[in-house]
Design a protein around this ligand. Structure first.
Ligand SMILES: CC(C)(COP(=O)([O-])OP(=O)([O-])OC[C@H]1O[C@@H](n2cnc3c(N)ncnc32)[C@H](O)[C@@H]1OP(=O)([O-])[O-])[C@@H](O)C(=O)NCCC(=O)NCCSC(=O)C[C@@](C)(O)CC(=O)[O-]
Length: 306
């Protein structure tokens, strides 16, 4: 089997990882997490989201976090913007505080689209189109997150033709790259491969990334299945933080530490220093008062202690 020789990871911990956190997480802790991730070698970090604070209170400090981060050259900082209001808020600050990339987020499931962003799939695309256009006009990259590409908490199994439909719509409005997300972590390798195949009808392999939650313990297997197809962009969350407010019971993304351990063991380059990444995961977990949800982190920290 031929695998990619390098992989690029977007750590979504500060956004996807923390958005569902019940306890308040101070902006300075989020900022410090971003710094620790970039110091560990992450070249892409999903920092926050410009969504309604009534819907997702944890992200209400979006502007403060974007203002507080110390930018490192070569790192891409992204934020979620579901509509023009979110996009305008994301660029209300001086140019140097703008995100490098904005993320519009749709779903392959109608029910999830309604629950998550309060509109149908078709309506969501109408909202995203001006966002994508305005972002590109300002030189900001546009990524499209596609939720529920294999399963939905409300509709059950999702067929690849629904993924094909959403990917086509995303391409049509100028989205430059897309995430194939298993939002509730129900996917298994062949199902994930079929969702990726459907996406590849509209986007090239360099513009497709895997975003796998680990609810059923399948995320590493799904990552490997995507690698086998040549996918080399992935999203994961330091310390396995997270869960989705509109997907009850879904656990966090696969832990970045576990993905990096696997990739390095396969001889695949990530540019990430696993030890420093483990420290970043331990930092945020301590701030949240719990252990990192990463097997590799646990094993390596146990070895260090011995
Ligand atoms: C999308 C909306 C805003 C639509 O919400 P809506 O209620 O349909 O929007 P609206 O335009 O009717 O506005 C209602 C209120 O929200 C305000 N509003 C409207 N837009 C914004 C904005 N951008 N920022 C701040 N405020 C906003 C607006 O000003 C108004 O305020 P009010 O007059 O009631 O005081 C809402 O449904 C929302 O914020 N949803 C949250 C969605 C979210 O963040 N979900 C989690 C992220 S997605 C995810 O985690 C999945 C992913 C990406 O990780 C991949 C995966 O694993 O699947």
């Amino acid at each position: 089997m031929k695998y990619p020789t390098k992989v690029r990871i977007v750590d979504v911990g500060p956004r996807d990882g923390l958005q569902n956190e019940k306890q308040p997480v101070p902006a300075e802790v989020k900022i410090s997490l971003v710094h620790r991730l970039q110091d560990a070698g992450l070249k892409e970090i999903e920092v926050t989201s410009f969504v309604s604070p009534k819907w997702v209170p944890q992200m209400a400090d979006n502007a403060e976090v974007m203002h507080g981060i110390r930018r490192q050259p070569g790192v891409r900082y992204s934020v979620l913007t579901p509509n023009m209001k979110g996009f305008e808020a994301a660029i209300a600050a001086p140019r140097e505080e703008w995100p490098d990339e904005i993320v519009v987020f749709g779903a392959a499931s109608e029910a999830f689209s309604q629950k998550n962003i309060n509109c149908s799939i078709a309506e969501s695309i109408e909202r995203f189109a001006p966002v994508a256009e305005a972002a590109r006009a300002k030189g900001i990259q546009v990524r499209g997150a596609m939720s529920c590409t294999v399963g939905c908490p409300y509709e059950g199994d999702i067929s690849p033709d629904k993924v094909d439909y959403l990917a086509r719509l995303m391409k049509g409005i100028g989205v430059q790259r897309v995430d194939v997300a298993d939002t509730i972590g129900v996917g298994t390798p062949r199902k994930v491969q079929r969702a990726i195949e459907a996406t590849l009808a509209h986007f090239g392999i360099d513009d497709v990334s895997g975003h796998f939650h680990d609810t059923y313990g399948q995320a590493l297997a799904n990552t490997l299945a995507a690698l086998e197809m040549g996918v080399w962009n992935f999203q994961s969350s330091v310390a396995g933080l997270g869960g989705c407010p509109y997907a009850k019971g879904a656990t966090g993304n696969v832990a970045t530490e576990d993905v990096v351990y696997m990739l390095h063991g396969m001889g695949i380059e990530t540019g990430i220093d696993l030890d420093r990444l483990i420290d970043a995961g331990a930092y945020i977990s301590e701030a949240l008062g719990r252990e990192p949800n990463s097997r590799a982190s646990k094993a390596i920290r146990t070895k260090r202690a011995a």
